[in-house]
Design a protein around this ligand. Sequence first.
Ligand code: FES
Length: 193
Amino acid sequence: MSSDSPDNSRRKFLTGSLSLVGGTGAAATLWPFLSSMAPSAKSRAAGAPVKVDISRLKDGEKIDLIWRKKPIWVVKRTKNMLDSINTNEGQHKDPMSENTEQQPDFAKNKFRSLKPEILVLEGVCTHLGCNPAFKSDENKFFCACHGSNFDLAGKVANGSPAGANLKVPPYRFEDENTIIVGELPQSDNESKG
Ligand code: FES
């Protein structure tokens, strides 16, 4: 098989689009699901929604995937992580998520999410586009390029060179354990989830 055969190209995409921080077991179990759900190269290029199975995502873990060529994170926040999130004006540049370009309407809330425990974010620093690291033990994301800090709702800390909160992409829950990244919730009831 040549190095650029369709099978190899697909394998390269999947290898590059899936990793897990904070645990090792879920990576192996998520692989078959994401492999079977991976969109075709053509639909990926068009920015097709991506389906993510979170049934095996454990508390405190993060899944990385790619949507529209951007890294997307799905984090299952623990109670301790949720408790670390506040809307203190003294700590954040946009504590109430007033910048409407940084999240869909459904995520303009304290946890910037549809469900408190599940966080979905674009993993792109709003300063110059680096990829921040997930510091689960410190309850934050940290961008080492120039030292921006974000809480576990993606809110940028005062004193950071980044000026805006991390973006929340459009997403919805298809069911309790399935997220569709790239589509908005279909009803108000779902957004209140
Ligand atoms: Fe993240 Fe500069 S790109 S702090």
